[in-house]
Design a binder for this molecule. Structure first.
Ligand code: GLU
Length: 353
C-alpha cells in the first residue's frame, strides 16, 4: 500500500515537472495594448458604428485560447484609444516600455495591439527608436471584436506566431494583418474599411502568416532598431513638425501660420513628385530662411521624391523625402531635428532610414 502511494506521488510529481518544463520551454511574449478597432465594440452587431478601445488586453488574449499553445503571454495596457488619437506623448511612453520589456532576459518578444489608422506611424517611430533585435510585432483589425467574422483573433494569433518565429529577429518592427507581414517603413493604410487595407507599395511585403504558419520573403531595406542612431532615452518632448497638404489653388496662409506658431519642421504632402503651387513654394522658401526644415514628400501614396527634379532643392535648401510618405517623413524629421537642423545632414538621414 505504502509502495503504491509512493509510486502515485512520484507519478504526480513527474507530471507536474513535465508541465512546468513544458511551460518554461514556451517563448515568453508580452502583449502591450493601446486600443483600436481590435479592442472595439459595436452597440449593435447590425450597425457599422462602434467604439475603438473598449476591450482590455486580457479580453483580447482570452478571445484566442489556442494562442497559449504558441507562447506564454502576459498583457499590459499602455492606453486604450482609437489610434486617430495617437500622439507623441504616447509614442514616447510606448517606446520606453518596449525597450524596458525587451531588456528582460525572460522576454522573447513584444506584440503591440493598435488601431490601423496610424499604425504605420507608430510602427515607423518604434522602428527607429527600439534598441533590440528581439521581435516587435504590431497587430490590429479592421472589424471590431463584436463583429460577425471579426478579424482580430486570427490577426493576434498570427502576430504571436510571427513574434516567436526565429526569422523575425533583426527585421525591425513588423505589422501583421489579413495574413500578411509588413515592414514598418514600407506599410501604408490604403483603404478605409477593407480587410486588405495594408499595402507596401514601394518594396512589397515582408512575408505572410496563415493560421500561424509564417513565411518571410524579404529583409528590411533601410537601417532600423539597433542600427539606428535615434533614441528616446531621457526624451520627454519631440520637436514640433507639421504637415501641409498640397492641392490646386493652395495659398501660403497655412504655411505662414505654422511658422508663426513655432513649428521646427514642415513636411509638404506635395502633388506628384513633392510639388506645390508657386505661392506655397514661396512660403516654404521663406520658412527655410527662418530656420524651419522643409521636407518634400508626396500625397500620391507611392514612389520616390528625389532631389532637384522640378524643384531645385539645392537652391531652396529643402529636403527630399525619398520613399517616405508624409506621415512617416514627419516621424523621421522629428527624430532628426533632435540631432541637427542642417537640411544637408537631414537629407542624409532620409537616404539612410
Ligand atoms: N479609428 C480606428 C483606429 O485606428 C479604426 C481603425 C482600426 O483600428 O482598424 O483605432
Amino acid at each position: 500500500m505504502k509502495g503504491q502511494m509512493v509510486l502515485v506521488l512520484a507519478a504526480i510529481a513527474a507530471v507536474i515537472l513535465a508541465l512546468a518544463s513544458d511551460a518554461s520551454a514556451r517563448p515568453k511574449i508580452v502583449v502591450l495594448a493601446t486600443g483600436g478597432t481590435i479592442a472595439g465594440a459595436q452597440t449593435s452587431t447590425k450597425e457599422v458604428g462602434y467604439k475603438s478601445g473598449t476591450f482590455k488586453v486580457e479580453d483580447l488574449i482570452k478571445a484566442v485560447p489556442q494562442i497559449t499553445e504558441l507562447a506564454d503571454l502576459t498583457g499590459e495596457q499602455i492606453v486604450n484609444i482609437g489610434s486617430q488619437n495617437m500622439n507623441n506623448e504616447v509614442w514616447l511612453k510606448l517606446a520606453k516600455r518596449v525597450n524596458a520589456t525587451l531588456k528582460r532576459d525572460d522576454v522573447d518578444g513584444v506584440v503591440i495591439t493598435h488601431g490601423t489608422d496610424t499604425m504605420e506611424e507608430t510602427a515607423y517611430f518604434l522602428n527607429l527608436v527600439v534598441k533590440s533585435d528581439k521581435p516587435v510585432v504590431m497587430v490590429g483589425s479592421m472589424r471590431p471584436a463584436t463583429a460577425t467574422s471579426a478579424d482580430g483573433p486570427a490577426n493576434l494569433y498570427n502576430a504571436v506566431a510571427v513574434a516567436i518565429h526565429p526569422e523575425a529577429r533583426g527585421r525591425g518592427v513588423l505589422v501583421v494583418l489579413n495574413d500578411e507581414i509588413h515592414f514598418a517603413r514600407e506599410i501604408e493604410k490604403q483603404n478605409t474599411t477593407q480587410l486588405d487595407t495594408f499595402k507596401s507599395p514601394n518594396r512589397g511585403r515582408a512575408g505572410v502568416a496563415n493560421t500561424g504558419a509564417v513565411h518571410f520573403f524579404n529583409k528590411p531595406a533601410a537601417l532600423h532598431t539597433t542600427a539606428s542612431e535615434f533614441s528616446v532615452e531621457g526624451v520627454d518632448v519631440l520637436p514640433r513638425v507639421e504637415i501641409i497638404y498640397s492641392y490646386a489653388n493652395l495659398g501660403r496662409d497655412f504655411i505662414d501660420c505654422a511658422v508663426e506658431k513655432g513649428t521646427k519642421g514642415l513636411v509638404l504632402a506635395g502633388v506628384g513628385d513633392g510639388n506645390s503651387t508657386d505661392p506655397a513654394l514661396a512660403a516654404l522658401g521663406d520658412a527655410v530662411k527662418k530656420g524651419v526644415v522643409v521636407v518634400r514628400s508626396s500625397r500620391t501614396g507611392s514612389g520616390l521624391v528625389v532631389r532637384n527634379v522640378e524643384i531645385d532643392d539645392d537652391k531652396m535648401d529643402t529636403v527630399a523625402a525619398m520613399e517616405l510618405n508624409p506621415q512617416k517623413a514627419r516621424v523621421l524629421l522629428m527624430l532628426a531635428l533632435m540631432k541637427t537642423s542642417s537640411p544637408k545632414e537631414i537629407q542624409d538621414k532620409f537616404s539612410k532610414y
